[in-house]
Design a binder for this molecule. Sequence first.
Ligand SMILES: [Zn+2]
Ligand SMILES: [Zn+2]
Length: 139
Amino acid sequence: MQIGKCQCGAVEIQAPENMNKIGACYCATCRKINGGGPLLGLHGNSELKASGQEHIERYASSDWAERGFCKKCGTTLFYHLTVGSRDYIYSAGLFENADFEITSEIFVDAKPDYMGFLSENSVKKTTQQVFDEVNKNDA
Ligand SMILES: [Zn+2]
Ligand SMILES: [Zn+2]
């Protein structure tokens, strides 16, 4: 189990120990919510284990997902799929662990030109490739 905390400490998230792969998302919503940078997300599972849940606000950012943030300090906590797998994707910034690896970067066509990629070795997908994959999985 690894523990992630928001900036003020009101919310503590208990995430699986083996969770170490980061997916970066450059979509306009992630960049708007996360101070201009991509969301760096660690893929968890469909169960949220957290203390201080009364401090978590959820915001439906699309028809298929919601964002969780701390009501006290505003820290981005997670991206949560509200359809399909219903998985939680946690903000990498919550965790002290430096042993993470960026394995995918998505919505790369939405990345502004003033920003570089984060990893040479990550799998990179455009908006079209991401949606093609979602539709394939739904079929
Ligand atoms: Zn907080
Ligand atoms: Zn995004």
